[in-house]
Design a protein. Structure first.
Length: 72
């Protein structure tokens, strides 16, 4: 026996038996899903790029300090 609830406007099913979710459709919605499913982000491309940039800057600073004789 099918559900006796009224059909949702522009759909073929009731609100309780509406079928599987289609997921987020907007860029903001997709970004929220990605953020919600990120555990720590320590291996993300953005984090790895930040770490590499910081390490490169530190190497440059150390080079300058050694060159100027401030550290050995």
């Amino acid at each position: 026996m099918p559900c006796q609830n009224p059909v949702v406007t522009d759909r073929n099913r009731c609100r309780m038996h509406g079928g599987k979710s289609t997921g987020p459709r907007t860029l903001e919605g997709k970004a929220r899903v990605i953020a919600a499913n990120t555990k720590h982000g320590q291996r993300s491309k953005a984090h790895v790029a930040r770490v590499k940039a910081i390490n490169a800057e530190l190497r440059h600073i150390l080079f300058q300090l050694k060159r100027d004789g401030i550290i050995s």
